[in-house]
Write a protein that binds this ligand. Structure first.
Ligand SMILES: NC(=O)c1ccc[n+]([C@@H]2O[C@H](COP(=O)([O-])OP(=O)(O)OC[C@H]3O[C@@H](n4cnc5c(N)ncnc54)[C@H](O)[C@@H]3O)[C@@H](O)[C@H]2O)c1
Length: 453
């Protein structure tokens, strides 16, 4: 039975995995090239910001330690998870430069090790990368053979930032690609021990697991775009309400309600890039992946389309406030964030834009320096705003009152992407524009009628 594992890469995912593994009784040796991450773990602190991570590391201190040395970690453990960055390149593919470096160190460490060891890649890669891009490095550096001497698995995690620990300990299933059954058996044992919800393990080849991982994310993004398209349809039928439609669709077991709330686009560090990468792979392999391309185009074009279609509510030269710059509430991450794209689209259309975010303001300020003022003060963002666009469902926005939005003026327009401030529609001083709801039954009826003449 495996009692000690190592975790190579203590970032947003690896840091939480190390804590999660230790919380389930495993001894964990963390490795990072960044001394600050190593020092943080050894001081009993979280190396990155994540819900509950500080507390979990502090509570399991006796079972977690960290080092800069991959060799020390490999010699001291039986299995190593590798969670280093695999950034997207200009073509949309995932690069392996960090993974290659990590695998070289792992191979050199295995050269010095007597017993069997399992290497588990968790970073997101494209099909074939583990076997053809990384395994040869392990065999070359260690002088050993995959199978008899060591095992290799591909085992991604389906987690969301902000709930990484909970998701890691309670997954829907474990996706396990394996070089051979000995390696897969050992990793499966680790998962049975770690899982709080007795999650099933789906075992397969390395390549099938690599494809399944990005297919899951690409599929979910298609669902989001579908809901966003339905939101648009609903604005064109009398009484149209995207939430009513989504609730109905969600009752169908083939569809399900999750990720089917129409509103704004998808963003963040995983969804857009996994979709783009799968499309890249499709082009390389002569697979018609135009579905994925259409989804990406649709999502990237949302902000600009909203700015165009909301022209009647956006008077020329208006001061506009965009609330929510992170890609989702309670996050400081702005990668591919719809709120950021919206600020840019508004600025390009000639508006004076102020962006607000409680957590993401420092990052957003750098990103938007040519297009918008950025603040973490809601008061500052709202004080001169003629139009307020609510881009995320952060609690500080869903609890906004008419008085706070008006800020002493006699009128303001509120564009609500998530329909979280519906009661504002009753206030005569507020022009309330909910996305995904019909706003003019007569006009939409008049447009429908000729279709049936
Ligand atoms: N963050 C997520 O939500 C998420 C979700 C699913 C999958 N992933 C995948 O996990 C991988 C890592 O993502 P992340 O968000 O944790 O990245 P991150 O940048 O937050 O962390 C990566 C860590 O790896 C360290 N590192 C780099 N090279 C190293 C090496 N050779 N040896 C040891 N440490 C090294 C870095 O210093 C950093 O601390 C990526 O492939 C990503 O696509 C991330």
């Amino acid at each position: 039975m495996i009692n000690t594992v190592s975790v190579i890469g203590l970032g947003k995912l690896g840091g939480s995995m190390a804590a999660g593994l230790a919380s389930r009784g495993l001894n964990v040796i963390g490795v990072d090239v960044n001394r600050q991450a190593v020092d943080a773990i050894n001081a009993g602190r979280a190396p990155v910001q994540e819900t509950g991570l500080d507390e979990m590391i502090a509570a399991n201190r006796e079972r977690i330690r960290a080092t800069l040395s991959t060799e020390e970690a490999v010699l001291g453990s039986d299995l190593s998870f590798v969670i280093v960055p695999t950034p997207s390149d200009e073509r949309g593919a995932f690069t392996l430069q960090y993974a290659r470096y990590a695998f070289k160190a792992l191979g050199q460490a295995m050269h010095k090790k007597m017993g069997y060891h399992v290497i588990v890649l968790t970073s997101t890669v494209l099909p074939g990368a583990t076997r053809h891009g990384l395994l040869p490095i392990l065999e070359h550096e260690s002088g050993k053979k995959c199978g008899p001497d060591f095992g290799l698995c591909y085992n991604p995690e389906f987690i969301a930032l902000g709930s990484v620990i909970r998701d890691f300990l309670n997954p829907d299933f474990y996706l396990l690609g394996e070089s051979d059954s000995r390696a897969g058996d050992l990793l499966e044992q680790v998962h049975h021990r770690v899982s709080q919800n007795n999650a099933p393990v789906k075992r397969m080849s390395l390549e099938n697991a690599e494809l399944a991982k990005i297919a899951v994310n690409s599929y979910v993004t298609m669902k989001i775009s579908f809901a966003n398209m339905l939101a648009d349809f609903c604005e064109h039928i009398p009484g149209g309400d995207v939430d009513v439609i989504s609730d109905a669709l969600g009752m169908d077991k083939r569809i399900g309600r999750k990720y089917l709330t129409g509103g704004f686009g998808f963003g963040g560090p995983c969804f857009p890039r996994d979709n783009v990468a799968l499309n890249f792979m499709g082009r390389q392999l002569d697979v018609n992946s135009s579905l994925l391309e259409a989804n990406d185009d649709y999502n990237r074009g949302l902000s600009k389309r909203y700015v165009d279609k909301l022209q009647t509510h956006l008077p020329k030269g208006a001061n506009v406030a965009v609330l929510g710059l992170a890609y989702k509430p309670l996050s400081h991450v702005i990668e591919e964030s719809p709120g950021i794209y919206l600020c840019r689209a508004l600025s390009e259309a000639g508006y004076r834009v102020v962006g607000h975010d409680n957590l993401a303001a420092p990052h957003a300020e750098m990103e938007l320096k040519m297009s918008a003022l950025v603040t973490d003060s809601l008061d500052e963002a709202l004080k001169d705003a003629d139009v307020v666009l609510v881009a995320t469902t952060d609690k500080s926005y869903t609890e906004l009152t008419a008085e706070v939005l008006l800020h002493g003026r006699d009128k303001v327009t509120v564009i609500d992407f998530w329909r979280c401030l519906k009661s504002l529609g009753e206030d005569p001083r507020i022009t309330y524009v909910p996305i995904g709801l019909c706003r003019d039954d007569d006009a939409t009826s008049a447009k429908l009628k000729p279709l049936w003449m």
